[in-house]
Design a protein around this ligand. Structure first.
Ligand SMILES: Nc1ncnc2c1ncn2[C@@H]1O[C@H](COP(=O)(O)OP(=O)(O)OP(=O)(O)O)[C@@H](O)[C@H]1O
Ligand SMILES: [Mg+2]
Length: 434
């Protein structure tokens, strides 16, 4: 039987519970009155430094910071792997004086990379401005907020001995909307420093004017060798998808796709969490986490945290493979909860229609390629009854509306209509150990 038989309820999900090896009961649980209701485990004001209640309670508190699946890593000590990406970023910024566009899947680690890069640039005395885009972000506000944080000390018009006061570059901007040309004029007079302008979540900005203005700014900065460099990041499968007006700035930017994490980088991520929490993740547990996480640090962090909690629930600090299975189960539930009801319904319908193998193949391919896949992953569907009756791709496109052809893709590839469906399918498979 295949994994989707479990999903469809044809097979009972295997029970995954690890043997209990108590070292010391969690005192937070011992104190709870027996009303049967679950309780908060720690007091709101509990600080790591003043933890009463033994190593289990302490580890439980520390796990919150040891794995942060819903937040980017900001602390360099918690940042795992990514050495080649950081090296490429530094080289292109420092030596080639290029602007960088960092793109990749949701949760692949773009924001974490930017935070660490910003820290390293700050160490090298770059002025760093980090901006996270929203739909409302506009060029004028962006430039004014950057300018407001740069003292006039760094402007060529600044005279030595002049009272620095609170004056910033914002005071030098003319009234009216700031255009890329005006921004270029201002930044051209920066002296004795370099400015690194980090623009994150660029995909969330409204397509059109703002994106074109950013591209125009890049052009102006490059043409005039102005000491300001942009690092732009966002969810995208390719450069063109993220930055408009690419042809005009192609020579001035380095496009860098954030790759999936390798197994050893995943192991480092868990190792950091282990060091931070005081738990011990057995090698087989680490291996299983890395395998299920499929190169996505977000998944590794989520499963790592749940696995730690599962071990603590057994009153032990040693995380075993069985704890990982419980964690996978919980993580899968969490992820399923984020997928639209419609998609879940269509997936179940497609599985019932015998398209399990087809879905499995395209989801796995899509996970490794920003949600896209080529029809080739299905092989010769007509000659392979396992893949499904009829034309599985056509059925998944028209009947179950789960996928669609990628507009204008020369390779004739497809994509999932809802971006979280491939990871949902992947986790459904992992939770049933299919
Ligand atoms: N190098 C890393 N070391 C440790 N954890 C990481 C690393 N990169 C990412 N993570 C973890 O993975 C998760 C996703 O990271 P991050 O928010 O940086 O991704 P993102 O690509 O910016 O996501 P989004 O597309 O949603 O903005 C976070 O929980 C973060 O803690
Ligand atoms: Mg991000």
């Amino acid at each position: 039987m295949a994994w989707w038989d479990t999903v469809l309820g044809r097979r009972k999900r295997p029970v995954t519970s690890a043997p209990t090896r108590p070292i010391e009961r969690d005192p937070a649980r011992r104190e709870a009155p027996a009303t049967g209701l679950p309780r908060f485990r720690s007091f709101a004001a509990d600080q790591l430094r003043s933890v009463r209640g033994g190593p289990l309670q302490e580890a439980r508190l520390k796990l919150r910071d040891a794995f942060t699946p819903s937040q980017p890593v900001t602390d360099e000590r918690m940042f795992a792997g990514r050495v080649p990406v950081i090296a490429a970023l530094i080289q292109s910024i420092e030596e080639q004086r290029l602007h960088v566009v960092l793109y990749g899947d949701r949760g692949i680690g773009k924001t974490s990379l930017l935070h660490v890069l910003a820290g390293l640039a700050g160490e090298a005395r770059y002025l760093v401005h980090y901006e996270s885009c929203g739909e409302e972000t506009d060029f004028d506000t962006l430039i004014r907020s950057i300018a407001a944080r740069i003292p006039q000390l760094y402007h060529a018009s600044y005279a030595a001995g002049e009272a620095e006061g609170e004056r910033t570059l914002a005071d030098l901007l003319p009234a009216g909307a700031v255009t890329p040309r005006v921004a270029g004029e201002l930044f051209a007079r920066l002296t004795a420093t370099r400015l690194l302008l980090v623009i994150d979540e660029f995909d969330r900005s409204a397509p059109g004017l703002f994106r074109r203005q950013v591209a125009e700014l890049i052009k102006t900065l490059s043409d005039r060798s102005i000491p300001v460099q942009l690092v732009i990041a966002g969810v995208a499968a390719n450069l063109t998808e993220l930055v408009e007006a690419i042809p005009s700035i192609r020579r001035n930017i380095l496009g860098l796709q954030v790759p999936l994490m390798a197994a050893d980088e995943m192991a480092t991520l868990i190792e950091h969490g282990q060091r931070m929490s005081g738990l011990f993740y057995q090698p087989a547990a680490v291996e299983r986490i890395a395998a299920v996480a499929a190169g996505l640090p977000y998944l590794a962090s989520l499963i790592g945290q749940h696995a730690g909690l599962a071990a603590i629930d057994r009153d032990t600090l040693s995380v075993e493979p069985a704890d990982v299975e419980i964690a996978v189960e919980r993580a899968a539930e969490e992820i399923a909860g984020r997928v639209s009801e419609r998609s879940r319904y269509e997936v179940a319908a497609a599985l019932r229609a015998g398209l399990g193998t087809a879905l499995d193949r395209i989801a796995t391919a899509a996970l490794a390629d920003s949600g896209r896949f080529g029809p080739a992953v299905l092989g010769d569907a007509a000659a392979d009854p396992v893949i499904g009756v009829g034309d599985p791709l056509a059925r998944l496109t028209d009947e179950f509306v789960l996928v669609e052809p990628l507009p204008g893709d020369p390779g004739g590839r497809y994509r999932f209509r809802e971006e979280s469906v491939p990871v949902f399918l992947w986790m459904e498979r992992a939770r049933t150990r299919g």
